[in-house]
Each structure stands twice: as C-alpha cells, then as structure tokens.
Design a protein around this ligand. Structure first.
Ligand SMILES: NC(=O)C1=CN([C@@H]2O[C@H](COP(=O)(O)OP(=O)(O)OC[C@H]3O[C@@H](n4cnc5c(N)ncnc54)[C@H](OP(=O)(O)O)[C@@H]3O)[C@@H](O)[C@H]2O)[C@@H](O)CC1
Ligand SMILES: Nc1ncnc2c1ncn2[C@@H]1O[C@H](COP(=O)(O)OP(=O)(O)O)[C@@H](O)[C@H]1O
Ligand SMILES: [K+]
Length: 517
C-alpha cells in the first residue's frame, strides 16, 4: 500500500474533485459519511455520549459532517468548535451552516480552558481538531484540551491523524498531541503511524476509502510503501517439477567466534529453511563439532583460527554470502574481513559485527557490491551513520547513506524499514515476542536463502523481512511473547510460506450455497 505525502494527498483531493466533477464540499461529505458509517456499524444506535471536537479547517469540517449524520440518526452527540483561529475554511463554514440547519443544539464554541465540557470515562471523544494541515504547535489552551482528553480516559477516535501530529516531522512537546485509541485515516496511512517516536499516538489505525481518483492512486509514485502479504506475493517464485538443489543456490554463511557459534547455527538453518539449495557455514574451528552435530543438512568449512575468524578462504563458488553473525570485532577478524571484501564478487548480506567492522573502517564500504544488504539494529546503525536527533533525521541519513554506497539498509525494529535509495518500505509483520537473542540472525539467514534462490536483493529483503515477521506472528500464537525464541521463528517459516496462499475462510452460509449448487 502506498503511503502518500501530505502534498500528494492534497493533490489527490484536488484532482478527484476535478476529474469526478464534484466540489470539495462533496468530497468532505464522503469523508465524514465514511467515518459515520464506521461508527454506526459498531454502535448500532447506542446512546453513549459522543463528544465531537472540530477545528476550523477541513479536518473540523469532516467532524461537522460526522456530527450532523450522528444527530440525524438519533445519536447522543455534543459538538464543539475548537476556535484556535478566525481563518475558517470554506468547507468548514458550509458544514457549520448545515449543522445549524439540522439541529437547534448548535455547536459550542471553545476559546479557552474555561469553556471545556465535562467528559466521563465511558463517553466517546471524536478528535477532528487538526488534520494534515497542522503547521505549528497548538496554542497552550488547545494543548490543555488534549490533556483533558487523556485525563478523561475516554475512547478517543481521531479523524485522519491524531491532532497535534505532523505528517513529516516529530513533535517536540509530547503533551500537545492527542493520544488516539483509533485513527481513521483517509485513503493512505501516514508514515508517522509506524515510526518509533510517533507510533504511540495511535493504538490502532485503519484506512477509509473516500474514492480518490483511481488513476491518480495507481500512477502516483509514493516514496514510502507499506509491505503486507499483497505486496510480497508477486515476488514468490514457484518451483518447477524437475528442479534440483543446484537451482536454488548455495549460501555461504560466515560468522561465529568462541561462545557465539549459535548465531551461525541459527542463520544457516534459516537460510536452508528459507529454501536455499545448499548452505555452507564458515566458522572458527571451535564451532565444527557442534554445528555438524546439530545441523546435518549444513556443510561446514573451518577457518584456520581456533576461536575466531582469521583468514577467509574456501574453494567453491557460493551464490550469496551472509557475513557477520557472531563474528566479533577482533583485529585478526577485521583483517580477514578486509581481505575478503577486496576479493569477493558475490552478493552480500552483512549483519551484526560485520556492520560494526564496517563502521570502524568506512574505507571498506567501497568494496561492497551494488545492492549489498545491511541489516543493522538501531545501535549498529548508529555506529555506521552517526547519531540522529529524531526518526525523520534518521531516515534522511539512511537514504543518503544508501544512495552514496548503493546499498540496501534494513533498519530493524517493531516496524522494520528497508531503504533503497529514496524509497522506503515499511514492514507490517512481527511482534514484541521477537525481541529475543538471535532473531536478527534468523533474518540474515532468510534473506541470504532467498537471494540464493534467485530473488533480486531488494525483493529478497522485502520478502525476507515480511516472512521473518510473519513466522514470528505464527510462532507467538503457540509460545506467547515471553517464551518465543529465535528457533521458533525458524520453525514457523514453512507455515509463513503456506500462509501466503491461504484463502480467506468462507462463511458457513456461502459454503452451504456452494454445496447446493
Ligand atoms: N480538502 C478536501 O477535499 C478534503 C480534506 N479532508 C480533510 O482535510 C484535512 C486537512 O484540512 P486543512 O488543510 O484545512 O488543515 P487542518 O488540519 O484542518 O488545519 C486547519 C488550519 O489550521 C491552521 N493551523 C495549522 N496549525 C495550526 C496551529 N498550531 N494553530 C492554529 N492554527 C493552525 C492552518 O491554517 P493557517 O493558520 O496556517 O493558515 C490549517 O490550514 C485532512 O486532514 C482531512 O481531514 C477530507 O475532508 C477529505 C477531503
Ligand atoms: N517489538 C518488535 N516487534 C517486531 N519485531 C521485532 C520487535 N523487536 C525485535 N524485532 C525483530 O527482531 C529482530 C531482532 O534483531 P537483532 O536486534 O539483530 O537481534 P539479534 O542481534 O539478537 O539477532 C529484528 O528483525 C527486529 O525487527
Ligand atoms: K484529527
């Protein structure tokens, strides 16, 4: 799903009115009515008090449409105008008149903290104060209103975006924002719903289709894309009946040091279970016996070093090389890594301490093949690109890094974001059960295993990050957040593949109809 910028959303609104020959007031009517339908379906006329807080721009206009519809359908509604400016939008004013013509219970105009109404915990708050047009911090009294929303502990439904949140930068005052339980966003989710600094402002979100021009939606290139099953399915490569292991590539997984052989074990096993034809683990000799005993399907080549990797030499042609898990950052390993990079011609997936080695010696970056995949967690990323002051700054720095070195960067986290040049891909699978040692090693193995099978590095990365999170989501059903460990993610990978092609379950009624036909 495309995540459009604020400018693209405004342009989509404008073009839609032009191409569908409707007014912006009609479009607002659609938007407000969609919100009403969503609430009506769930509330079924329940008389819970609903407080609709409307700003004076188009977000407030949406709120007024909603209020009017709720009133017409007999709901228990109170409407307020949060009068933070005298410059009211045209469509706000039209809907202000319309609501006045619908009810004698006119909206209450709020201009200071003294005007705030009583809100009980069981009431519902609808936040239509600011939309994507916010361009400066709200006034102190408006911030007090947002604090009152929070203090009430009422269910808070934000329209389009929690008020006080910008679409393209973080907020400095964390109290000057609405904390929404649910946000109904028009046509496209906003990037801020997925970033560590700002995701907390809405617990859940959903996109409502307001009929923006389809050609515009299809043709407009978005800098950000949300990756779910429908985005990765086209990557999937079916297998030919007569295929053999040679068709699915050979992963060389280089890593490990004394006490960290398990990392190579996890990554190698993941590569195999992701579908690689063959996997060879390259380790210091201390890891030989444990790896051979634990993973009979994986071949092993030993380094001359007993406890660490000291010179990387092997005599076969790997399809892809994964390097870094458990490898350590000793001087000898740095030398071996440097020598390896200078001769390697194969696609690379670089993780963990190999990222730290790169960060220590940035001159090595020039030896990375184009489209090398780097999979840092936040600390490794910081070592590589330096500190950032907020998520947007981080994203900008990673984009610059990706462009400068022609590499793909996977910023791991709750919503892992993959960056390839200017383009950002936000993953939607995964859960906090995956915050456990070794789960990153599994990702390295999966991505390497996909590249081995012939997936392009970017497709392998997006597909791999998706499958990794999906496996975690499947595993958590059996183990719970606390008891999920990295090995469980690998064990669920097969189910994650199968899930790609699962049809939505049929309702019993339609199944019966099928039987009768
Ligand atoms: N157009 C359409 O057809 C559709 C639009 N839709 C809806 O429109 C919403 C965007 O509406 P919007 O552009 O009017 O902006 P909104 O967020 O309501 O702000 C209002 C104005 O407030 C001002 N302002 C900003 N910050 C401020 C501050 N801190 N303190 C005080 N004032 C401040 C600023 O004006 P300024 O004062 O800078 O001139 C701004 O323009 C969008 O989120 C969606 O809900 C849907 O209906 C679909 C169809
Ligand atoms: N809260 C979370 N929600 C979703 N995924 C998570 C969460 N925490 C961690 N993960 C995922 O788990 C992996 C952790 O990687 P990493 O920190 O490198 O672990 P390790 O170094 O122990 O292998 C990443 O892919 C990350 O996206
Ligand atoms: K809002």
């Amino acid at each position: 799903m495309k995540v459009f910028s604020k400018e693209q959303i405004y342009e989509g609104d404008r073009l839609t009115t032009e191409r569908q020959n409707i007014s912006s007031t009609d479009l607002m009517e659609r938007a407000g009515t969609q919100i009403f339908n969503w609430m009506h379906l769930r509330m079924q006329g329940a008389q819970v008090p609903i407080h609709v807080f409307c700003g004076i721009g188009n977000n407030g206009g949406d709120g007024l449409v909603l209020s009017r519809q709720l009133i017409i359908h007999g709901y228990n509604v109170k409407t307020y105008i949060v009068n933070y400016s005298e410059t009211r939008s045209k469509d706000f004013l039209i809907n202000y008149d319309r609501i006045k013509n619908t009810t004698k219970d006119w909206p209450t105009v709020l201009t200071s903290s003294n005007d705030f109404p009583l809100i009980n915990q069981d009431d519902i708050i609808v936040d239509a104060v600011f939309g994507i047009g916010l361009n400066r911090p709200p006034a102190d009294w408006v911030k007090d209103l947002f604090l009152k929303f929070r203090a009430s502990k009422s269910f808070t439904l934000s329209i389009d975006i929690p008020s006080g949140l910008y679409t393209d930068k973080v907020v400095n005052d964390t109290e000057a924002v609405v904390y929404a339980n649910y946000t109904l966003s028009f046509q496209s989710p906003k990037l801020v719903f997925f970033l560590p600094n700002t995701a907390k402002y809405t617990v859940q979100w959903e996109v409502l289709d307001i009929g923006i021009d389809r050609d515009y939606l299809i043709q407009t290139e978005a800098a950000v894309e949300l990756i779910s099953k429908y985005e990765v399915l086209p990557f999937y490569q079916p297998r030919d009946k007569f295929s053999h292991k040679g068709h699915f590539g050979h992963v060389l997984m280089i890593g490990g040091s004394f006490g960290k052989i398990g990392a190579v074990h996890l990554a190698s096993r993941s590569a195999l279970i992701a579908g690689a034809g063959m996997v060879t683990a390259y380790l210091p000799t201390c890891g030989y016996t444990s790896l051979q005993s634990a993973l009979p399907e994986v071949m092993v080549v030993c380094d001359k070093g007993e406890k660490q990797i000291e010179s990387i030499t092997y005599d076969f042609d790997a399809t892809v090389v994964g390097i870094g898990v458990g490898i350590g950052t000793s001087e000898e390993t740095m030398k071996a890594f440097e020598a390896f990079l200078k001769t390697n011609k194969r696609p690379l997936v670089i993780d963990a301490d190999a990222i730290n080695l790169l960060a220590q010696n940035k001159a090595l970056l020039k030896y990375l093949p184009v489209q090398t995949v780097l999979t840092p967690h936040p600390k490794e990323l910081e070592r590589l690109i330096g500190e950032w002051h907020d998520d947007f700054d981080k994203l900008n720095k990673v984009v610059e890094f990706s462009k400068a070195h022609k590499v793909i960067i996977v910023i791991k986290g709750a919503h892992t974001i993959t960056i390839n040049g200017n383009k950002k891909y936000v993953n939607t699978t995964g859960n906090p059960g995956m915050a456990t040692a070794g789960s990153g090693d599994v990702l390295t193995g999966i991505i390497s295993g996909l590249i081995a099978q012939g997936y392009e590095p970017l497709a392998a990365t997006l597909f791999g990050v998706y499958l990794h999170g999906k496996s975690g989501d499947i595993a958590v059903e059996s183990y719970g957040y606390q008891s999920l460990i990295a090995g469980h993610i690998i064990d669920s990978l097969g189910e994650a593949y199968i899930d790609l092609f699962k049809q939505p379950e049929e309702s019993s009624e339609s199944a019966e109809n099928d039987e009768n036909n």
